[in-house]
Design a protein around this ligand. Structure first.
Ligand code: ZLM
Ligand code: CA
Ligand code: ZN
Length: 381
């Protein structure tokens, strides 16, 4: 009975605000909030919504954002418009450059993104659900006083701060292709939050944000509570599983988190416009399934993902994994409002490339794992 309960009757809260899709970063910017609505449409048309409690969170207020962000920054973000933002090099708080434009509604979109993570965390904190999902969240680069890497308000840090009011230890896992730098920095010196990011790392090639080396382990009381797994281009499903599962397993044994926050950036998939990895949808979803099986309360968030048809496919499929429905590749519903976006195959699947070179050597992956195990050994007790 207990096994049944832990696997099949998880109470899942899913946060969605249809207003997300009314926002644009302008022009040819790679970040497209519309992908959240596309994923939602698949979730509705495949029927997996029946196993979710669908909720709309109240957009976060400036005061709620100030639990992490600097007052001056939040006040600026609330007021800035495309007309008042200063051009580079006079840009303020990171806004104005191409990565973080001051588009119309930037504060509102950030408030919606933060809301799902905050309310999801609060609901998990009260024990009123087992899993909370917010695909509009996962904006891991937003710093205390600075927009960075398409992110303005750090919904993840806000969610973790809320969870810390209810739970002693929070594990943050980040499978976005980019390093979860701002979440790591926010909790760099505490032993109550462990951050673990897997990411493409090639600072010599200038791959953003160029941080997250293996030797980046945290500071002071937080030493060895920051875990970084740098990867080279082309990693495939088998290699990723071979590093992800043992590292998370070891973290579970040593750190014993009371709650998990999982950032599911879909830019680690094959064919992403910005990322260079070679994961299939199933390889990516294996991480979500693995974390689900740990049976720890979990806040599941979105993040990057720039080939939007694949982002929608993957987050819909992963929602299915969380509710216990293994959607089949043929399950792409013909009545979906974005059906034509899924041409030419009209399937749910995202495949890995057969001919992409995996630039990660078995030897370096094994050595990296061993270094991480060594670091984790020193936190016990
Ligand atoms: N230039 N337009 C991931 C955040 C990645 C920094 C190099 C800006 C782009 C990119 C923007 C339309 C997450 C950097 C890039 C051009 C300095 C990054 C606007 C194309 C465009 O066509 C584009 C004019 C833009 C931005 C590409 N930016 C690719 N990579 C990174 C940030 C966010 O997935 O982790 C979480 C949501 N920025 O490499 C530059 C150094 C700005
Ligand atoms: Ca990452
Ligand atoms: Zn990313």
């Amino acid at each position: 009975l207990r096994v049944l309960k832990s696997q099949n009757t998880k109470r899942i809260s899913y946060y969605y605000d249809e207003e997300v899709a009314n926002h644009y970063y302008r022009g040819e910017h790679p970040m497209e909030p519309q992908r959240i609505k596309m994923a939602h449409s698949l979730i509705m048309h495949t029927g997996i919504y029946k196993k979710l409690s669908i909720l709309r969170a109240k957009p976060a207020t400036a005061d709620e954002m100030k639990a992490f962000h600097a007052d001056e920054y939040v006040d600026f973000l609330e007021r800035v418009t495309p007309e008042t933002v200063l051009p580079p090099p006079e840009e303020c708080f990171g806004l104005g450059e191409n990565d973080c434009p001051a588009f119309e509604g930037v504060f509102r979109l950030s408030a919606i993104s933060a809301a799902g993570s905050l309310e999801g965390a609060a609901k998990l904190g009260l024990g009123n659900c087992d899993i909370a999902i917010n695909w509009a969240g996962g904006l891991h680069h937003a710093m205390k006083s600075q927009a960075s890497g398409f992110c303005y308000i750090n919904d993840i840090v806000l969610g973790i701060l809320e969870l810390l009011r209810h739970y002693p230890r929070v594990l943050y896992i980040d499978i976005d292709v980019h390093h979860g730098d701002a979440v790591e920095t926010a909790f760099l010196t505490t032993d109550r939050v462990m951050t673990a990011s897997f990411h493409q790392y090639s600072p010599s090639a200038g791959f953003f944000p160029q941080t997250g080396s293996l030797s980046d382990v945290g500071r002071g009381k937080g030493r060895n509570f920051s875990v970084n797994f740098p990867l080279s281009k082309g990693i495939d499903d088998a290699s990723y599983k071979g590093v992800f599962e043992p590292v998370i397993e070891d973290i579970m044994a040593r750190f014993c988190p009371s709650v998990i926050v999982l950032q599911c950036g879909a830019d680690s998939l094959n064919q992403d416009k910005l990322g260079g990895l070679n994961l299939s949808m199933r390889g990516h979803a294996n991480c979500i399934e693995f974390v689900k099986r740990l049976s720890v309360p979990t806040l599941v968030l979105g993040g990057g993902g720039y080939t939007i048809r694949n982002v929608a496919r993957t987050w819909a499929y992963e929602t299915g994994v969380l509710v216990g429905t293994d959607l089949q590749p043929s399950d792409l519903p013909v009545n979906d409002e974005y059906y034509e976006y899924y041409a030419p195959d009209y399937k749910l699947d995202v495949c890995a490339a057969a001919d992409k070179k995996n630039q990660n050597t078995v030897r370096l992956l094994e050595e990296t794992k061993i270094r991480i195990f060594e670091n984790l050994r020193s936190i016990a007790g």
